[in-house]
Design a protein around this ligand. Structure first.
Ligand SMILES: [Ca+2]
Length: 223
């Protein structure tokens, strides 16, 4: 009987180890991920960012999508565009369940979004879009911790998925992490459907504790 009980406990411990090794990523809580929170009429648009997204520089907003680039979700898409200064961006703080994401060293942030190009506005123009992560704040005393660099232009009338993956460092712990969508030209860049996950690394300490418990059980069984 004791042997059966011991083996059952070992199986439970091993199962626990497996669960730790396969800890599921949690979904990032992106505010207004499809840029549809602003209710717009056909042809309508916002300026100065859009709901949940703060304009950093230039001219940004949401627009009611037209036939030149149909929306992937709802009626709206976001745009980055500025004819005056030639760059623009908007951002939000990454969150989980409504609270600012709190990373640990080794935690992995994965993000996906769609970059689009209208066929009915500035067709064929060169886009210089990049995805950036900042720590603390955008600009000012903030630190840029990730930058895709310039991503290529998207063909007229199409969407292309862009993905990034960032592993948090010790310096990121306890700091807000902000996602900045940035255009480095006056050319319009359209954006849709931002999503992401945060994956906590396997808690090595817990695994060692579990292994220690396993060792104790095996020693007991050998007596
Ligand atoms: Ca949308």
């Amino acid at each position: 009987m004791r042997s059966m009980k011991t083996w059952t406990m070992i199986a439970v411990l091993l199962g626990g180890l497996g669960a730790l090794a396969q800890a599921a990523p949690v979904a990032l809580d992106i505010t207004n991920p499809g840029f549809d929170d602003d209710v717009l009429a056909p042809g309508g648009y916002t300026t100065g960012g859009c709901a949940g997204w703060t304009q950093f520089q230039g001219l940004t907003g949401c627009q009611y999508a037209g036939a030149g680039l149909p929306a992937l979700s709802g009626n709206n898409v976001a745009f980055l565009s500025n004819h005056q200064v030639g760059y623009s961006g908007m951002y939000q703080t990454l969150k989980v369940d409504g609270s600012a994401l709190s990373v640990v060293e080794g935690g992995v942030i994965d993000l996906s979004l769609y970059q689009g190009h209208r066929s009915d506005y500035q067709p064929g123009v060169t886009q210089e879009f990049s995805i950036q992560l900042w720590r603390d704040e955008i600009g000012g005393s903030g630190t840029k911790i990730y930058d895709t660099g310039t991503l290529g232009s998207v063909a007229d009338g199409t969407w292309v998925e862009r993905q990034i993956s960032y592993t948090a460092t010790a310096s990121d712990v306890g700091k807000d992490i902000l996602l900045l969508l940035w255009s480095n030209t006056a050319s319009q860049v359209c954006l849709e459907d931002v999503s992401g996950t945060y994956d906590v690394p396997e808690p090595a300490t817990m695994s060692l504790l579990a292994l220690g418990g396993l060792g104790v059980l095996i020693r007991r069984r050998k007596r």
